[in-house]
Design a protein around this ligand. Structure first.
Ligand code: NAP
Length: 361
């Protein structure tokens, strides 16, 4: 039989085994916190890849606060998810069929494939804010799920922002908001690696326990139950705050701003508190006289390989610990995101969409 015909028949048989393509679409733009009715679940046929594209099966789907931001009609600095478009999501996936010269069946890739079980990709990334496109995952560096966690966007954000924006020096005090989360848990540990006193802020006593006992912070404050947050931080930071790692903005950032030492540095990572805000809410902005940097991970994409190598080495030698907070099944993606934005996650929240390929950790 002709080689091309054999290939097409093989691909068709493979797609039949895979079943249908399941997707979550954005059904309406939420006002305030997202609810399940903002999403619509659809099923259709798995598409075959045209020339220049590959078809991948999604294995792991990243849950990111930014997903809520992209549901808004006017997200700041980023593209929005179109109405009835597939929800935005970073993924780890296995290439099933390829009509792209750079990708082969069996390749494990990290790509912005969205909330769906299968997707086509041209390898260039689906959103404008992804200047680097598909990246091949190297299982030797760590479990493949970490390509969207400690060895992915979150870990790289913590790594480059702490080193380049905060420039930590031994003996200084670093204050980190959302300390139990994906980025925050890693940022604080990098501060510890550099000899700093590190204090975390998070929303529950259990998260505080993990921040201290697992992530090795010196102290952690439950900002919801602290009667006087400013006094609580001053108690843990008797010499003041030299660096603030700002994941949320809002009242937490406002409190931190009032406690900064002269010459303190601030790395502005995100403003999660505002992502669900009803239009018209006043965003918190950092006072202009402070030494602050607005961090964007994409600025560092040429240095990703070096950053991943360092993070992987720290994980392997036990200096950097990470937690994955796994939700089973694509059908639960909306609840996984909503719960994360209510503080339900410890570490990196990911959704298992399908099993790892046999023999791959
Ligand atoms: N600049 C960049 O290039 C870049 C790259 C990656 C991520 N980010 C940003 O980094 C931040 C952290 O992302 P992540 O992936 O690590 O998420 P995460 O911290 O793992 O999860 C979100 C956490 O945000 C906190 N939160 C949610 N709503 C809040 C509110 N209204 N007020 C205060 N805290 C709230 C909760 O933690 P608590 O329980 O502790 O409150 C929740 O667990 C986000 O703003 C994200 O957009 C920026």
């Amino acid at each position: 039989m002709d080689k091309d015909v054999t290939k097409v028949l093989f691909e068709q048989a493979r797609l039949e085994v895979e079943g249908s393509c399941r997707r979550w679409l954005l059904a309406r733009r939420p006002v305030g916190p997202a609810v399940r009715e903002d999403f619509q679940f659809v099923e259709d046929m798995i598409p075959a890849p045209p020339p220049g594209k590959y078809l991948a099966r999604v294995i792991w789907l990243s849950m990111d606060p930014k997903q809520r931001l992209l549901m808004n009609a006017t997200p700041r600095n980023t593209e929005q998810v179109p109405l009835f478009g597939v929800m935005f999501g970073n993924t780890v996936a296995e290439v099933l069929v390829s009509n792209h010269p750079d990708f082969q069946p069996g390749d494990i890739v990290q790509d912005l494939l969205g909330w769906q079980s299968h997707a086509l990709s041209d390898g260039r990334g689906h959103y404008v804010n992804n200047p680097y496109g598909t990246r091949k995952v190297k299982p030797a560096l760590g479990p493949i799920s970490t390509a969207i966690g400690v060895l992915g966007n979150g870990g790289l954000t913590a790594y480059f922002s702490v080193l380049n924006d905060l420039k930590p020096r031994a003996g200084e005090t670093l204050l980190v908001s959302t300390a139990a989360g994906n980025v925050g848990s890693i940022a604080g540990q990098i501060g510890k690696i550099h000899g700093c006193r590190v204090i975390g802020l998070t929303s529950t006593d259990e998260k505080c326990r993990v921040v201290v006992e697992e992530f090795g912070y010196d102290a952690c404050i439950n900002y919801r139950t602290a009667t006087d947050l400013s006094a609580a931080i001053r108690r843990e930071a008797p010499r003041g705050v030299d660096m603030f790692y700002d994941n949320v903005g809002g009242t937490i950032a406002e409190t931190a701003a009032s406690l900064l030492n002269p010459g303190a540095r601030v790395s502005i990572i995100g403003y999660t508190e505002q992502y669900s805000a009803v239009a018209g809410g006043k965003p918190w902005t950092w006072p202009g006289h402070l030494s602050q940097s607005q961090f964007i991970i994409h600025d560092y994409h040429r240095e990703f390989d070096a950053g991943i190598a360092q993070l992987s080495a720290w994980v392997k030698d036990g200096r950097l610990r990470y937690r994955e907070d796994i939700v089973e099944g694509l059908e639960n993606a909306p609840d996984a995101m909503i719960d994360m934005l209510n503080g339900g996650n410890i570490g990196k929240r990911i959704v298992r969409v399908s099993p790892n390929p046999a023999g791959v950790a």
